[in-house]
Design a protein around this ligand. Structure first.
Ligand SMILES: N[C@@H](CCC(=O)N[C@@H](CS)C(=O)NCC(=O)O)C(=O)O
Length: 241
């Protein structure tokens, strides 16, 4: 039996992708919390693993050549775990391309756009007291997330149960990012997406992965010294060279 994978993690949508995948694939892991609200993502040892000062990241002590391997970026981690376990990432080139297009769609579109929607709708008012200055950003990203929900709804309209056909790492990447309340969306407008959310969310591994470390997280819009410190750390970043 191989040594547990080290999971560098904080309970956020990008973190959940990997905790869900590890649970689904039945891979043993050791949780290594990275409190991004307290600045632990800037610690030199973590930056050696994840030079972008973002979690999630993993170290697999038992890499492809038998040596340890460190990986950052949730999409790359999902692909790695899918290859390692031989699950949820089909080897057939056509099926693999179908999974990858949705995985990259999440990484380059839904994740960043939904992240900005959360920022302008929830967190920015604690930084910019003049809320009228937030209106353009709020509308821009809320509309874009609405468009992206529509893309998922149309994809699911051909009767498929999962986004790339069979259940895959693409579902694991997208599911944690459908958070209608914080993104200004109403799932009643997207019945097929809503049913897919329930279908994926009912999986025991998804429930376990989604719940990992829930008690560690503090709301970023919290009116407290910790909340302010977290916002300064997360939203005031410039190059650190
Ligand atoms: N593209 C990256 C994004 C990861 C990311 O944005 N992680 C956030 C939390 S969801 C983070 O670690 N933030 C720390 C920071 O902003 O300093 C991935 O998918 O892994």
């Amino acid at each position: 039996m191989s040594a547990p994978i080290e999971l560098y993690y904080w309970p956020t949508p990008n973190g959940w992708k990997v905790s869900i995948a590890l649970e689904e694939m039945g891979l043993a892991y050791d949780l290594k919390p990275v409190n991004i609200g307290a600045g632990e993502q800037f610690e030199p040892d973590f930056l050696k693993i994840s030079p972008n000062n973002r979690m999630p990241a993993i170290i697999d002590p038992d890499g492809p050549d038998g040596l340890p391997i460190a990986i950052f970026e949730s999409g790359a981690i999902l692909q790695y775990l899918g290859r390692k376990s031989g699950q949820f990432y089909p080897a057939d080139p056509r099926a693999r391309a179908a999974v990858e297009q949705w995985l990259f769609w999440q990484m380059g579109g839904l994740g960043p756009m939904a992240g900005q929607a959360h920022h302008f709708r929830t967190y920015a008012k604690a930084i910019e007291p003049d809320e009228s200055k937030l209106d353009y950003g709020k509308t821009r990203y809320t509309n874009e997330v609405n468009r992206l929900y529509g893309v998922l709804e149309r994809a699911l309209s051909d009767g498929r149960d999962y986004i790339a056909g069979e259940y895959s790492i693409a579902d694991m990447a997208i599911w944690p990012w459908i958070l209608p309340e914080g993104q200004g969306q109403d799932l009643a407008d997207f019945p097929l997406l809503s049913a897919w959310m329930d279908r994926v969310g009912a999986r025991p591994a998804v429930k376990t992965g989604r719940a990992l470390g829930t008690d560690m997280r503090r709301p970023l819009d919290e009116d407290s010294a910790d909340g302010k410190k977290a916002r300064d750390l997360l939203f005031g970043q410039k190059a650190r060279v």
